[in-house]
Design a protein around this ligand. Structure first.
Ligand code: CIR
Length: 268
């Protein structure tokens, strides 16, 4: 069973963090778009678990940043944005009943938006939000699972996954010139169109479809031409607060229940 942990949009979303000023953010429109996103996940077969929103945290809808699940461990993040650090409480609570929890400790910082898991590999963005100490702590969690961390410097964007997004197990959608692509090793690349930089976000769903944000028609066509079964949704108001499609959920497979050893219970 695969679960999507999501979190509702607060009215205070109007005051969400954003790199550039623009028209005022509209929490009602963001909520409508978020509802369509959640419906798309549900139609793909995810079991939706929605955490209560939190008016004191305008960015709490971007739940991906609060935690990362690696194997049997949920790593509770420590955002590089101090105003977001208290978002983690309900996320930790939801994950701790399923996973062992580890938490990034000061002076480490890490946002989930900088952590990309693809094909069993782990890529972490070194960004304004995620520092070397946070990356080292994440790498220590990943090591027992024999997962190495590849560090990718992020230029001119909020997070690694603002500019490098998995579209399947071996291919990423990349904003040109945003990262040193040598770090992406043998991954296949589909480039975002030059006129659409930072406009296209994507999320591969468990049913094989690729959810793609509207407003980037040329990039969407590239993805279709590359053979992806694309489903477009409008996430413009969430993107206006520097979010993308990955950042609105934490997707995980429910861990198998532990079956008690019958011999230890004295049974044959
Ligand atoms: C922020 O600046 O933290 C939010 N306004 C946007 C966070 C987006 N998170 C993500 O893409 N993982």
């Amino acid at each position: 069973m695969e679960t999507a942990l999501v979190r509702g949009v607060p009215d205070s979303f109007a005051h969400a963090l954003r790199a550039d000023s623009g028209p005022a953010l509209d929490p009602y429109l963001a909520r409508k778009q978020h509802g369509e996103y959640v419906a798309a996940l549900a139609s793909a077969g995810y079991v939706i678990e929605e955490l209560a929103t939190d008016e004191s945290h305008p960015d709490c809808v971007f739940v991906e940043d609060a935690a990362v699940v690696i194997g049997s461990v949920a790593v509770i993040a420590r955002s590089g944005a101090a105003s977001r650090r208290e978002e983690v409480g309900p996320v930790r609570e939801a994950l701790s009943s399923r996973f062992t929890c580890a938490a990034i400790q000061a002076p480490g910082t890490l946002d989930g938006g900088d952590v990309m898991q693809i094909g069993g590999q782990l890529y972490v963005g070194r960004s304004k939000r995620t520092n070397d100490d946070g990356i080292a702590q994440l790498a220590a969690v990943a090591a027992p699972f024999r997962i190495d961390v590849t560090v990718v410097d992020v230029r001119g964007a909020l997070h690694l996954k603002s500019v490098v997004l998995p579209v399947d197990d071996e291919t990423v959608l990349v904003t040109p010139d945003a990262v040193d692509e040598v770090a992406l090793g043998g991954l296949g690349i589909v480039y975002e169109a030059d006129t659409e930089h930072h406009r296209c976000s994507a999320l591969p769903l468990r049913d094989g479809r690729l959810l793609v944000s509207g407003g980037a028609p040329e990039t969407t066509n590239r993805l279709k031409n590359a053979g992806y079964d694309v489903d477009v949704i409008d996430a413009s108001e969430l993107q206006a607060a520097d979010g993308g499609l990955t950042c609105l959920s934490i997707l995980f497979t429910e861990p198998l229940p532990v079956v008690p050893d019958q011999h230890e219970n004295g049974k044959p």
